[in-house]
Design a protein around this ligand. Structure first.
Ligand SMILES: NC(=O)c1ccc[n+]([C@@H]2O[C@H](COP(=O)([O-])OP(=O)(O)OC[C@H]3O[C@@H](n4cnc5c(N)ncnc54)[C@H](O)[C@@H]3O)[C@@H](O)[C@H]2O)c1
Ligand SMILES: O=P(O)(O)OC[C@H]1O[C@H](O[C@H]2[C@H](O)[C@@H](O)[C@@H](O)O[C@@H]2CO)[C@H](O)[C@@H](O)[C@@H]1O
Ligand SMILES: [Mn+2]
Length: 449
């Protein structure tokens, strides 16, 4: 059986332990020849590499080679799959993305509103540079990108690599929501076949079909939510924190106001920005929660494994090492390679899938995915409320990318003014000036006032 060469771009990511452990679980369906961690920060990926050595020695002796590097020429040569998870500007900039808007009384979030805008303008040049390099060295590689904010990153990759069907932009939020529905109904998310539409972090489930019977379970899920079902802590590292639990539980509020479809969690930032700001602490955001929780928790576990291995050469326990996020990525990769044509939600060029939206918009919809890439499932036209919401957000996304590519501050101001979390030109101008200052050296242009 053919073995595949895989590079994980952003090798120091805090999600890497679960990615590597999931790689092991998929070795039958997705056998690996060479596995590469690539990061601009070798020091950051050192601990991941040490863990990987232990893991692969014990559970993946069939792997030919495992390396970690900060050299793109080494990392991207002769690659079949690139999985991209970079955080441009790292957590230091995430803190600014979250706290600067809050100073202006605006939503401060990693991927939405003014913070997501700043992050997007940093991500786009770096993602494009990496994909360009991958294409130079491995023209046929599949590139699965989930570096955020995926919506405007996808808009940029569509423009720069228009015919490249092997670049897939994805998000795990809908799948993480489906995992929560499955807990609610006492089944598995693999029992579901979703239908979904929107932009990334800005969409709705229209149906959640039972794969075996064809029954649409959406009405039951809605009823449970409206009857007061509450989400508690999840089983995974990323669902252990209070802010995420609150976000999951906001889905019921959204549904009470807009009962037609099951909402994505992120709609809370666009539908209730004032409430979100009122409940935010400008000095303690998701950034702080991660630095106090997820980062030390993951590093502690890795250090324990590395120390135990040094003393006893222990067999490390693979239980509880995967995640919805990692599983989803490998489910997608294997559906491509084995031409399984399973359904995934992918960010693709609309091309008439949602008939009454711009054909060029990068929409997130249900697609069958096999060796020839994603094939979107066509939909009925969407209603006026959803169309209006999506069109204004899509205009924001396009203007943000236009402004970056054309080095046009006026378009950046137009973008932020249109964003529903802002909707006011005075506030858009003020926050833009602060973001320009904070992002000097990142946006690829000097957007002086
Ligand atoms: N689309 C989704 O649904 C989804 C889900 C989870 C995570 N993400 C995204 O994945 C990314 C990683 O998240 P995380 O919390 O695991 O990150 P993290 O902050 O723990 O790690 C990110 C890594 O990226 C590296 N990096 C930064 N710029 C780079 C560049 N230009 N080239 C190579 N490496 C670079 C950093 O050095 C760091 O090691 C973020 O963009 C996050 O938003 C997206
Ligand atoms: O605040 P963070 O950095 O912990 O997470 C931000 C990401 O949140 C969404 O993702 C999922 C996560 O990846 C998944 O594993 C699940 O278990 O928890 C998160 C929320 O439920 C989002 O889709 C990503 O785009 C964000 O980067
Ligand atoms: Mn996402």
């Amino acid at each position: 059986m053919k073995k595949y060469n895989v590079v994980l771009v952003g090798g120091g990511s805090i999600r890497n332990p679960e990615m590597m452990a999931t790689l092991v679980r998929y070795k039958e369906k997705f056998p690996i020849g060479r596995f590469v961690l690539y990061d601009i920060d070798q020091k950051r990926q050192e601990i991941m590499a040490q863990y990987g050595q232990i893991l692969f020695r014990e559970y993946y002796p069939e792997m030919d080679e495992f390396i970690w590097t900060d050299d793109p020429d080494v990392a991207f040569a002769d690659i079949d799959f690139a999985l991209m998870q970079i955080r441009s500007g790292n957590m230091e900039m995430r803190e600014k993305d979250e706290k600067i808007p809050l100073k202006h009384g605006l939503v401060g979030q990693e991927t939405c509103g003014a913070g997501g805008f700043a992050y997007g303008l940093r991500s786009i040049p770096e993602v494009i540079e990496i994909i360009t390099k991958i294409r130079e060295l491995s023209p046929e590689a599949w590139i699965i990108n989930y570096s955020n904010p995926a919506a405007i990153v996808a808009e940029a990759t569509r423009r720069v690599f228009p015919d490249d069907y092997k670049i897939l932009n994805i998000c795990d939020m809908p799948i993480a929501i489906m995992e929560r529905y499955a807990e609610m109904l006492g089944c598995s998310r693999h029992d579901f076949e979703p239908r979904y539409f929107g932009l990334n972090h800005y969409g709705w489930f229209t149906h959640v079909y039972d794969k075996k019977t064809g029954e649409d379970l959406a009405p039951r899920i809605k009823q449970c939510l409206l009857d007061g079902y509450t989400f508690g802590l999840g089983n995974e590292e990323h669902t252990l924190d209070a802010s995420w639990i609150e976000t999951y539980n906001t889905m019921a509020d959204i549904l009470r106001d807009f009962p037609e479809y099951l909402p994505n969690t992120y709609l809370k930032y666009y539908l209730y920005p004032n409430r979100v700001v009122a409940h935010s602490d400008p000095n303690h955001t998701r950034y702080d929660e991660i630095m106090e929780g997820k980062y030390p928790r993951v590093h502690k576990k890795l250090n324990e494994i590395i120390e135990a291995n040094a003393v006893r050469g222990t067999k490390y326990d693979l239980e509880n090492t995967t995640s919805v996020h990692a599983s989803y990525i490998f489910e997608l990769a294997t559906s491509i390679l084995n031409n399984e044509n399973e359904i995934f939600l992918i960010i693709v060029k609309n091309n008439g899938t949602i008939p009454n939206l711009d054909p060029d918009a990068m929409v997130e919809v249900a697609c069958r995915v096999g060796i020839n890439g994603p094939e979107p499932l066509s939909m009925e036209p969407i209603g006026t409320f959803y169309k209006g919401m999506i069109e204004s957000q899509h205009a924001y996304e396009r203007l943000a990318v236009d402004g970056l590519f054309e080095k046009d501050k006026g378009k950046l101001l137009q973008a932020l003014t249109l964003n529903r979390t802002i909707s006011d030109a005075d506030r858009a101008r003020a926050v833009l000036d602060d973001l320009i200052e904070a992002n000097k050296g990142y946006w690829g242009a000097d957007f002086c006032a």
